[in-house]
Design a protein around this ligand. Structure first.
Ligand code: ATP
Length: 237
């Protein structure tokens, strides 16, 4: 296996608050890995450390290169794309324009067109709404658009922050199937989820984050069967 992403003793501060402390984490090429934990545990902060939106202590390695000091837009070019929590699409722009923005750093026209078609195959709803302003779509559609826009940079590593947030149960299933399909098409996925059960079912491995530290790691199946995880994150069902 080839390690794609490695965090070595990564800490992140907001002023004097240490939101993430000495995290060690690995994502191998081709994996779906999830990060689970309660509100405020530091999941989003960890994603920002990887995508370059927060400065870190420690090291972030991508395909063996130290990218700890690399600017966020250079990380996109290197192959890391983050689909942010809360969707973050441009509401006044059309679906097509939002998708094109995802490819802003690329010059390979033919491949961009291929990826555009691929995104519309993954998310047929977007095909029907290409000319519609993104802000007028439902929450689920905006979530799909945010994921589609991230894919337009043809990432090697896709960071998904709460892709199922606020979605109806049927749509949640659909989003998780799409994540599995994205991986099958060759993209490695790091997933942050409140919906721990679904995330663990679909993940090769997972890390549990509690108040800024990793407290547990294992395969998705191991963590699904773990009593302390069941009690804390999986509810009674
Ligand atoms: P959630 O699921 O609620 O988004 P999370 O696990 O993603 O939670 P983070 O958003 O990473 O958690 O937050 C980790 C800690 O850092 C929290 O204590 C939070 O209050 C704090 N924090 C996050 N963003 C900021 C900020 N911009 N300024 C100051 N503190 C912040």
């Amino acid at each position: 296996m080839t390690t794609m992403l490695e965090l070595e003793k990564v800490s992140v501060h907001y002023g004097r608050i240490e939101a993430v402390r000495d995290i060690n984490l690995k994502v191998e090429e081709g994996e779906i890995v999830s990060l689970i934990g309660s509100n405020g545990a530091g999941k989003t902060t960890t994603m920002r450390a990887i995508s370059g939106l927060r400065a870190v202590h420690g090291r972030v390695l991508f395909n063996g290169d130290d990218i700890s000091r690399m600017k966020a837009h250079d990380r996109v070019t290197a192959g890391i794309s983050q689909s942010p929590e809360g969707r973050g699409v441009f509401p006044g722009m059309t679906v097509r324009e939002n998708l094109n923005i995802g490819a802003y750093a690329r010059r390979d026209r033919v491949a961009i067109t291929e990826d555009f078609e691929r995104v519309l195959d993954l998310f047929p709803r977007l095909q029907e709404r290409l000319k519609q302003a993104a802000g007028t779509m439902s929450g689920g559609e905006q979530q799909m658009l945010a994921m589609g826009r991230s894919l337009m940079s043809r990432p090697k590593l896709l960071l998904l922050d709460e892709p199922s947030m606020g979605l109806a149960p049927m749509l949640i299933q659909q989003i998780f199937s799409i994540i599995t399909e994205i991986r099958q098409q060759g993209t490695t996925v790091l997933l942050v989820e409140q919906n721990a059960k679904q995330a663990l079912k679909r993940s090769d491995r997972a890390y549990v984050l509690e108040t800024g530290s990793i407290t547990k790691t294992g395969t998705g199946a191991e963590l699904l069967a773990d009593d302390s995880i069941k009690d804390a994150y999986l509810g009674v069902a």
